[in-house]
Design a protein around this ligand. Structure first.
Ligand code: BTN
Length: 321
């Protein structure tokens, strides 16, 4: 999106009417340019912008723009001392950006949130797309004392952090192994963890989170959002709450590992004692009953062969006839 279109989007985010003439005056350009930029917003983001003769332009749905000062104001002391928060209008992917920073000496605790990602990435090479204002997309660069081989269970630990904040916000979320956040059986948030650095030295990790507040626009799987259960938090306040919980959980994980968070994870596990099918990129699917997770984060499934543990695979719930 062009910088002008972005500036207009930020102005329209208040959900009020803004006339073409007033915006042309504000941005020092012609009304035709304003009209073209508004068209660009609709075409590039899928956001509905109403145009009413005599009144101007208005978004179908208002949203709160991300603001570093407001996010910082919501951070607890310890998180505030560790985290350096930045907000970008538009980037390819907050994970991609922080992975580059991780390789070039970027600070421990660097947080990058973006209003728009043009190449948002999901797990297993999938895309992650979201209309502006419909959710939160952010990443955190965390430099652990641990080595890469001591990070097992980290992705589950991050799920615990998100579930803590979202439960406090009033959403009855659950976790799907390894770390999708579910609301009413559909995915509401996803986590992408990428490792950087030497295998034997202290590990640096970029943790990316994408979370739906309202319907995210066209996506290739059923999704959930907080608004569907009547929860419409301030984006800045929720991001701060998530960062507080992430800070606490990552610090705890660095000191004690996943073992310290395992019981809490099991309390959020949406499929405990449910019949599940585990599918893999190669090989036959496995049927069984989900029984829990091991201290290294591996999924425990009771199959006909007994209790088996799995380090990879996609879980789906089997509905018994
Ligand atoms: C998943 O597939 O469930 C993981 C989705 C992770 C998406 C987030 S959005 C912020 C960060 N930047 C990215 O490109 N991906 C993650």
């Amino acid at each position: 999106m062009s910088p002008l279109a972005f500036d207009i989007l930020k102005l329209l985010a208040d959900g009020r009417f803004h006339s073409g003439e007033a915006m042309a005056g504000l941005f020092g350009c012609s009304r035709t340019l304003i009209w073209q930029a508004v068209k660009e917003i609709g075409e590039e983001t899928g956001i509905d912008v109403f145009s009413v003769r005599g009144q101007g332009y208005r978004l179908a749905e208002a949203f709160e723009i991300l603001d570093v000062t407001k996010i910082r104001a919501g951070l607890e002391r310890a998180a505030g001392e560790t985290l350096t928060v930045a907000v970008a209008d538009q980037v390819d992917s907050t994970n991609t950006q922080l992975m580059a920073r991780a390789a070039s000496g970027g600070l421990h605790g660097l947080v990058l949130a973006a209003e728009v990602q043009t190449a948002g990435r999901g797990r297993l090479g999938r895309r992650w797309s979201m209309r502006p204002g419909c959710g939160l997309t952010f990443s955190v660069l965390w430099r652990f004392e641990r080595t890469m081989s001591e990070l097992s269970g980290l992705s589950l630990a991050v799920g615990v952090a998100l579930a803590r904040s979202l439960r406090r916000a009033g959403a009855d979320v659950g976790l799907k192994w390894p770390n999708d956040v579910l609301l009413q059986d559909a995915k509401m948030a996803g986590i992408l963890i990428e490792l950087s650095g030497e295998a034997n030295g202290p590990a640096s990790v970029v943790i990316g989170v994408g979370l739906n507040l309202t319907a995210p626009g066209p996506v290739d799987q059923p999704v959930a959002c907080l608004a569907q259960v009547g929860i419409r938090p301030s984006r800045n306040a929720l991001l701060a709450a998530l960062l507080n919980d992430l800070h606490n959980v990552l610090s705890e994980f660095d000191g004690k590992g996943f073992d310290a968070l395992r019981e809490e994870w099991l309390g959020f596990f949406a499929h405990l004692d449910c019949p599940v099918t585990l599918t893999f990129s190669h090989g036959e699917p496995v049927n069984g009953v989900a029984r829990g997770v091991a201290v290294n984060g591996a999924l425990q499934v009771e199959t006909l062969r007994g209790l088996e543990t799995f380090h990879a695979g996609e879980v789906s719930v089997r509905r018994l006839a």
